[in-house]
Ligand binder design. Structure first.
Ligand SMILES: Cc1ncc(COP(=O)(O)O)c(C=O)c1O
Length: 462
């Protein structure tokens, strides 16, 4: 045994033999740097002006924690800064305090959501919290869900279950339907599912960016007539560029008539169904067979936090249960690593649980409603004579000056982004309908009305 390593090993791992003072010290010092960074988040640009971070490889001999602090400091100060009030580019809001703590606890416990015996309390927590969400969404006692690391994976889990439920897992005519504005991750899902590109049926959207129902009817009839076996239609609840919501009830009718699974990609908008006051087009969610919701995208639950809620949990079991011969299993208590494609999983559910408990129903509603109100505030202030503005009922807005060619929109958005970043605002630059747009996403609780006024003044002048 190497003496240099061995004499220090009590410091490397938490242990029952000592006071764990080294770990206390490491957490205190890291928290200090992190909290200092948060305290400076208004003055630090959303994107670091220059990076002080340099990769340094591990050396032959390990180093003390205090010698890592410089690297930790440089890494933090060279990172994207979501807490700056002008960080409005993406679906990546500042983290909730308790959500950060949730990550720390999950790391400390290092339990594995693969199996009940590796995470007895947290497996129960995940099951119960998914059921809590299911009931809030209007599903009954057959429902349930599972967490996965992101919306892409949960959409994949849903599509695998949908195809399996209809016995089409090896059928080369198996196909699913999305709208033109659905998230690009469905292309990945199709590749993983081994579908030919013509087996993703893409339906046009209407003027408001929602799946066009008459076109959906036509596509379904045409493709079924051509021998395709459609196993799922995906309704997007909150499209990525403009936050539009597909007409869920109408889509459900087509699914019912044709025995097709309805999946809602609510990665962006699913969480808004928690708001008591009705939000336009968010209804009938419980008519779906499955829905993805991503609390990481607006509530401030640290990444990743995504749930797949299913009307009937047995379909997840059927699709993913393999048995885990190297683990003790209880027939009545399914191992939660057998409800989706991920095997070993971190205890991501802790931070979601702590986050929503700390906000409470009132807090959740407040964060969500405020995000929409801020979007409306910017929308009202933008010069309507100057801009084409695209925005659905949620907290996302995309816009570009009217009548620009593709090239002009490219130039304008680049120029605008530069001016904005020099003024501490970061907006994204999506490509949509053959032009570049600027997009603002109002999931940042630190953004105040004064910032929105300044942002609108800058935009109206560029
Ligand atoms: C509508 C929609 N669905 C799915 C996803 C994919 O989610 P994730 O990035 O968590 O995998 C996104 C990502 O932005 C999205 O906007």
């Amino acid at each position: 045994m190497n003496k240099d390593f061995n004499k220090k090993n009590l410091d490397f791992f938490p242990s029952g033999n000592g006071t764990n003072e080294e770990l206390h010290h490491a957490i205190r010092e890291t928290s200090r740097i992190l909290c200092e960074w948060f305290s400076k988040s208004d003055e630090l640009n959303p994107l670091p002006r220059e990076s002080t971070f340099k990769f340094s490889a591990p050396e032959e001999k390990g180093i003390d924690f205090d010698n890592l602090l410089n690297d930790i400091h440089n890494l933090i100060y060279s990172s994207f800064n979501p807490s700056n009030p002008g960080s409005l580019a993406h679906l990546d809001p500042p983290p909730l305090n308790v959500s950060i703590i949730g990550d720390l606890i999950a790391g400390g416990l290092n339990n594995n959501l693969l199996a009940n015996e590796l995470s007895p309390s947290i497996s129960l927590l995940e099951k119960e919290l998914c059921e809590w969400f299911s009931f809030r969404l209007g599903f009954d006692h057959n429902s349930g869900g599972v967490a996965a690391s992101g919306g892409t994976l949960n959409n994949l889990n849903a599509l695998v279950s949908a195809r399996y439920s209809l016995g089409l897992e090896t059928n080369s005519n198996a196909a699913f339907v999305i709208s033109k504005d659905a998230h690009v991750s469905f292309k990945k899902c199709a590749r993983i599912l081994g579908l030919k590109s013509e087996n993703i049926i893409t339906v046009d959207t209407d003027d408001l960016g929602r799946m066009d129902i008459s076109k959906l009817e036509n596509e379904v009839t045409k493709n079924l007539g051509n021998g395709k076996r459609i196993f799922a239609i995906v309704a997007t609840l909150g499209t990525t560029i403009r936050g539009s919501i597909d007409p869920i009830s109408e889509i459900k009718k087509i699914c019912t008539r044709n025995n097709i699974w309805l999946h809602i990609d609510g990665s962006i908008g699913g969480i808004f169904s928690m708001v008591n006051e009705r939000i336009k087009d968010i209804d009938n969610i419980n008519k779906a067979n499955s829905i993805t919701i991503n609390p990481q995208k607006v509530l401030g639950i640290t990444k990743t936090s995504s749930l797949l809620i299913v009307k009937n949990i047995k379909y997840l079991q059927m699709a993913f249960q393999t048995g885990l011969p190297y683990l003790d299993s209880d027939e009545n208590n399914i191992n939660r690593g057998e409800l989706g494609v991920q095997g070993s999983r971190p205890a991501e559910i802790i931070k979601l649980w702590l986050g929503i408990k700390s906000l409470g129903n009132i807090g959740i509603e407040e964060v969500l409603k405020v995000s929409i109100n801020k979007k409306l505030s910017l929308e009202n202030k933008l010069d309507k004579n100057k801009f084409n503005i695209y925005s659905g009922p949620l907290h996302i807005i995309s816009f570009v000056p009217k009548n620009l060619s593709l090239e002009e929109s490219n130039e304008w958005t680049h120029k605008a982004q530069k001016i904005l970043i020099n003024n501490n605002f970061m907006l994204s630059r999506p490509f949509y309908q053959n032009r570049y747009f600027l997009r603002a996403v109002f999931g940042n609780y630190n953004t105040q009305e004064t910032h929105i006024i300044k942002l609108s003044e800058l935009l109206n002048e560029i």
